[in-house]
Design a protein around this ligand. Sequence first.
Ligand SMILES: NC(=O)c1ccc[n+]([C@@H]2O[C@H](COP(=O)([O-])OP(=O)(O)OC[C@H]3O[C@@H](n4cnc5c(N)ncnc54)[C@H](OP(=O)(O)O)[C@@H]3O)[C@@H](O)[C@H]2O)c1
Length: 282
Amino acid sequence: MKVAITGAAGLFGGGLVRVFSSRHTVFPLTRPDADVTKPDEVREVFRKLGPEIVIHPAGMPDLDACEGDPAQAFLVNVHGTRNVVEAAREAGAEVVYISTDAVFGGKKQSPYTESDPAIPPTVYGRTKLRAERMVRASPNSWVFRVSVLFGPGKTNFVEKGLRKIAAGEEYEVAVDQFGSATYTLDAALKIMEVVEARRYGLYHLSNFGGCSRLELARRAAELAGLDPGRTVGKPSEQMGRRAARLKYAVMAMDALKQAGFSPPRPWQDALAEYVGSLPAFR
Ligand SMILES: NC(=O)c1ccc[n+]([C@@H]2O[C@H](COP(=O)([O-])OP(=O)(O)OC[C@H]3O[C@@H](n4cnc5c(N)ncnc54)[C@H](OP(=O)(O)O)[C@@H]3O)[C@@H](O)[C@H]2O)c1
């Protein structure tokens, strides 16, 4: 298949490019190739390349930046997605949208399923939900909600902590945020399976099992041979962040199961592979 991937210089975009390139013809699109906020640019690029599938992870994923500049967040996440969806339709391509657990309210005590109501308390969550709805207006589309990404190619929650600890600093993380963690390469592989099978729909997608941010950061430090005690847990309210953080956002992967796909491996196994692949911590 011919697959165009937006946000190709990003953390997940890079992982998607790597994985899909193993079986498909991939067109990696960075911001200079096509700024998604510019409809004519996006239309022209899709018209030239003629993709059959467009995967759209490009966006503004920083919760605090979105909270601080709602207009920009709407421009990139909502209007940008509308431009991608419309240009894809004109080019005859189907769309895969990358969304987030941040569409939920965070008040539940058990894993969120795809049928749970989405009531996002943040600007970021609201923009992603609006974008999801635009994509899902076409039945031949996919939305994958992922959470706390880690993987090669770009600094992320896990690598940031390892670098700090290795430099002799402490890594402050929320002690009261419980969710799912997602290895970009595992998630990209699962997306490829689902897309190849043409099983359209809304899917939750992460590595298996829930964890707190503190647990994730500590396990990464252990795996890297660093002192996990230098990862310090703090209540999220005391971290001085602009956007509210969800206390609970574990996702159940019911839709994957119902469609006959196995969930990705447990997060501990994926994390071990990822940390083992980082040259500085091998
Ligand atoms: N990171 C997480 O933990 C997480 C969790 C849940 C869901 N997600 C979702 O996963 C997706 C990917 O996240 P990520 O962590 O990979 O983000 P990322 O590393 O920041 O990558 C996003 C990419 O989007 C590009 N982009 C931004 N504005 C653009 C524009 N106007 N036109 C074209 N490209 C533009 C950026 O380009 P530049 O490089 O030029 O800035 C960047 O390469 C996002 O949709 C996010 O909402 C992420």
